[in-house]
Design a protein around this ligand. Structure first.
Ligand SMILES: Cc1cc2nc3c(=O)[nH]c(=O)nc-3n(C[C@H](O)[C@H](O)[C@H](O)COP(=O)(O)OP(=O)(O)OC[C@H]3O[C@@H](n4cnc5c(N)ncnc54)[C@H](O)[C@@H]3O)c2cc1C
Length: 342
């Protein structure tokens, strides 16, 4: 089976690896567009999200597949891609603390949620919280290292095409492949092989900062209040992200960045300096489920997209299911199959 994967974000990278591992001959094409969503992302896997602290969709099914996928690559490439880091959940109000306690007592949550007496080593940098919760089985995937290493390996084997694949190019190339699979991130919205999909794109902005007082280099845990703070391991921290449904471009903007700065000032007691600001567009979908499947207008064009805010968790599991479909002719579940819209 010969496949061309179009787009080398987390979706294309994970799919190309999965198809190759299952015996397909795979090439990958990437146009190198700036503001790639995967390179803006912190790569967080957070089992419990939202104001009501609800378990992420399919977490118990997707997490072990994701963990095994990233750890296998680590072992093969001799590098660290997968960081298991709990999240300190700072709770500010009595309502939040009550909701947290209720959720901890709910069936199926005891292994994921806990409480801490305080924020530990983080206390020197944070404003005090009413209650410090702990989210377990959280992790962070080093997307930049993963994407960069995979790209180098594909280039080294002569399997990387550094070019845009438009619909016209795809029609010219398609006789060389069994499938061309589009993993274009938000740009997939304009792909004529997949018309009328209910995209609901959202823009996220974030920033990278360092604390001015010494001692922050050893902080390992992630922190969540109204923003997520993620230690990068080199004295630098990722903070984000905003979530906007209307936007004019995919870069950082003064207004949103000012809002992020105000939220950070509400979280930290220690001074910090910002070293980088960024923005990108997430491939989010109205029904919050990925887009997988074969084009309704061309039987050799397929799609792997719509990973929304959860590319790190979703990509490995759903890449396997798309591989089942393309390589073995198995049906996709209706929940993710783009047929649900036709
Ligand atoms: C600020 C921010 C923070 C986030 N944080 C997290 C997080 O912590 N955890 C998490 O799981 N998710 C997070 N996300 C979401 C995550 O980024 C997405 O789920 C995921 O990266 C989407 O990956 P993708 O490969 O579909 O798209 P992209 O990363 O956008 O990649 C698409 C690629 O396709 C290429 N391309 C597009 N069209 C073509 C074409 N026609 N020909 C050739 N190449 C093409 C582009 O150049 C690009 O390289 C975050 C997103 C943002 C914006």
């Amino acid at each position: 089976m010969k496949c061309l994967v179009v787009g080398q974000g987390i979706a294309g990278t994970v799919l190309a690896r999965t198809l190759t591992r299952r015996g397909a001959a795979v090439r990958i094409a990437d146009a190198g567009h700036p503001h790639q969503s995967s390179l803006a992302a912190a790569g967080i896997i957070n089992p419990v999200t939202g104001k009501r602290f609800v378990k992420s969709w399919g977490f118990e099914t997707f997490y072990p597949v994701a963990r095994a996928f990233y750890r296998e690559l680590e072992a093969e490439w001799q590098c660290t891609l997968w960081h298991e880091q709990p999240i300190l959940r700072l709770l500010e109000t009595v309502q939040q603390a009550n909701d947290w306690a209720a959720r901890m007592a709910s069936p199926g949550y005891a292994h994921l949620l806990g409480e801490r007496p305080d924020a530990g080593a983080w206390s020197a940098f944070l404003k005090p919280a009413l209650l410090t919760g702990e989210i377990r089985q959280a992790a962070r995937v080093d997307f930049p290292l993963l994407l960069h290493t995979f790209r180098q390996k594909m280039a080294g084997e002569g399997l990387l095409l550094e070019q845009a694949v438009t619909s016209g190019t795809a029609l010219q190339l398609v006789s060389d492949y069994d499938y061309i699979i589009f993993c274009e991130g938000y740009r997939g919205r304009d792909n004529p092989f997949f018309p009328a999909l209910p995209w609901q794109l959202s823009k996220g902005e974030g920033l990278i900062f360092r604390f001015l007082p010494p001692g922050a280099e050893t902080l390992r845990e992630m922190v969540k209040r109204d923003l997520m703070i993620v230690p990068q391991g080199n004295g630098l921290f990722w903070a984000g992200a905003s979530n906007d449904w209307t936007f004019e471009d995919n870069g950082a903007t003064a207004a949103v960045q000012q809002g992020l700065g105000e939220r950070l000032s509400g979280i930290f007691s220690a001074p910090y300096e910002i070293v980088q600001r960024f923005g990108a567009i997430r491939p989010t979908v109205k029904d919050r489920r990925p887009f997988l499947g074969i084009s309704p207008v061309h039987p050799k064009m397929a799609i792997f997209n719509g990973l929304g805010t959860k590319g790190a968790l979703l990509a490995p599991y759903w890449a396997e299911r798309l591989a089942d479909c393309l390589l073995e002719g198995k049906s996709l579940v209706a929940e993710v199959d783009i047929q649900r819209f036709f």
